[in-house]
Design a protein around this ligand. Structure first.
Ligand code: PGA
Length: 257
């Protein structure tokens, strides 16, 4: 894996035609860099056209969710087994999934395990709500989501995953207020994630894990987060739909790599 990772979560935006157009613009703006991996996470319906059209040296693909089973009678669901030839990454446990789709830590741990079992790299999202933050529970919530999410993996498997810290209150639309969190607000949780990984899985595993920051990161704020100790990359949502913003974020990561 390269040093830095920039993952665009397109959320529920873009039909296949719009997805191809966005990829076309991104392809024009982004140059390949050996130390920065760029991952696009479109809706499932865009995965097949993008897998066909994207230059695999420049763009990796990911999904925004997975079922925890590999196959079966689960109407409307999509599994890691089904997407593994199309995508390398899967966002798991995003705060919108936790909140709107009632995903709990048990289900999220099974989804993480399903991704790993199928050779898909999970991007496990952890983060506290505004209420939890106001109660002084930020670090406690993040550590507990992390421990639960990884509970079905061994140290070797943990070493290959990605963790994204996305304080729910900082997300730009929906559940958050689009507050640009400061490094002072983000730092304790990043350190807690790193510390917990090392404590539970050993130094090598802890060092192997990529830790991303998500939550209204955009072209003008990304450098602050990318320069933070322990942060390897970003998981932007809204900014990933704007090719100029997203390309600028990739460029910043490349400058710092
Ligand atoms: P945002 O979303 O960049 O639009 O705030 C980030 C996220 O949901 O992780």
């Amino acid at each position: 894996m390269s040093k830095r990772l920039i993952v665009g979560n397109w959320k529920m935006h873009n039909n296949p035609h719009q997805a191809s157009l966005l990829l076309h613009h991104l392809n024009q703006q982004i140059v390949q860099h050996p130390d920065v991996t760029v991952v696009l996470c479109p809706p499932f319906i865009d995965l097949v056209p993008l897998a066909r059209e994207a230059d695999p040296k420049k763009f990796k693909l990911g999904v925004q969710n997975l079922n925890d089973h590999d196959e079966g009678a689960y109407t409307g669901e999509i599994s890691a087994l089904m997407i593994k030839d199309l995508a390398d990454y899967a966002i798991v446990g995003h705060s919108e999934r936790r909140r709107y789709f009632n995903e709990d830590d048990g289900l999220i741990s099974r989804k993480v395990a399903a991704a790993v079992r199928n050779g898909v790299i999970p991007i496990l999202c952890v983060g506290e709500t505004l209420h939890e933050r106001e109660e002084g529970l930020s670090t406690k919530v993040v550590v507990s989501q992390l421990e639960a999410g990884l509970s079905q993996l061994d140290a070797g498997e943990v070493a290959g995953i990605v963790v994204a810290y996305e304080p729910v209150w900082a997300i730009s639309q929906g559940l958050g207020k689009g507050h640009h969190a400061t490094p002072e607000e983000v730092g304790p949780q990043i350190r807690a994630i790193r510390g917990t990984l090392e404590e539970l899985y050993g130094e090598a595993a802890g060092m192997g894990v990529k830790v991303l920051y998500g939550g209204s990161s955009d072209a003008s704020h990304c450098r602050t987060y990318l320069e933070m100790e322990g942060v390897d990359g970003l998981l932007p949502g809204a900014a990933s739909l704007n090719f100029e913003q997203f390309a600028a974020m990739v460029k910043t990561a490349q400058e710092l790599a």
